[in-house]
Design a protein around this ligand. Structure first.
Ligand code: FE2
Ligand code: FE2
Length: 221
């Protein structure tokens, strides 16, 4: 994956000159282990990386929220989005997804001895990661969108190839991930990744590019 922006963060890079608490560093390492078997772990990792670009002084709970924001999908029994027949911004689905993730992540933090400020602090931004809302929610949504568009061109192309939804519907997903961004200053960083992912999808759908290897089947965002 080539860099499209001179602000593109390094993999799991922490900003030089900022000190983090031992609790944050311990829980971040533990979270890397939790998301390792998750199909969209690269997207989650990059959401946290981009959070530090968007907000170098982001509070520590917001870094943890970005890193784990979709992980309800790693726990069986969650809501399911019918990609062919439901809107990407379906309120009922996205509310169920975000609220369940807030509960799952919060419980995981408590089980791992996190301070109560982290256990409580991750909940609202995770609940707001799809639609935004508060200042922290808008940062989460922007980090989620940039990371999704950066990392999930393969995933979205695969939906079309497998017939899970049409190529047009797949492209709608990419465009929604860009157009929903409420934090205006994040848009220029998301745009080149949107364009790259749309180009990949169109070329795969047209048979000009090979279908990606198995990047997973879940909805992803
Ligand atoms: Fe999500
Ligand atoms: Fe996401």
């Amino acid at each position: 994956m080539s860099a499209l922006s001179d602000v593109e963060p390094g993999w799991r890079a922490l900003p030089a000159g900022r000190t983090f608490s031992p609790e944050l560093l311990r829980l971040r390492e533990a979270a890397f282990g939790w998301l390792e078997p998750y199909y969209d772990r690269i997207h989650l990792t990059r959401a946290a990386d981009w959070m530090l670009v968007l907000a170098p002084d982001a509070p520590e709970h917001l870094l943890l929220a970005a890193l784990m924001h979709d992980l309800e999908r790693s726990v069986p029994g969650g809501p399911v989005l019918d990609k062919a027949n439901m809107a990407w911004d379906d309120v009922a689905y996205n509310t169920a997804h975000t609220h369940r993730s807030a509960e799952v992540v919060s419980a995981w933090l408590r089980d791992h001895g996190a301070p109560e400020a982290f256990v409580e602090g991750v909940q609202q931004p995770i609940r707001e990661h799809e639609f935004g809302g508060s200042p922290e929610g808008d940062l989460m949504q922007a980090a989620d969108s940039i990371s999704f568009l950066e990392t999930n061109g393969d995933l979205v192309s695969t939906w079309a190839v497998r017939g899970e939804c049409t190529a047009e519907k797949s492209e709608e997903k990419l465009r929604w991930m860009y157009e929903r961004i409420r934090l205006e200053r994040a848009r220029p960083w998301a745009l080149p990744y949107l364009e790259r992912s749309v180009d990949q999808l169109r070329r795969v759908a047209a048979g000009e590019l090979d279908a990606p290897a198995d990047p997973g089947r879940a909805p992803g965002s």
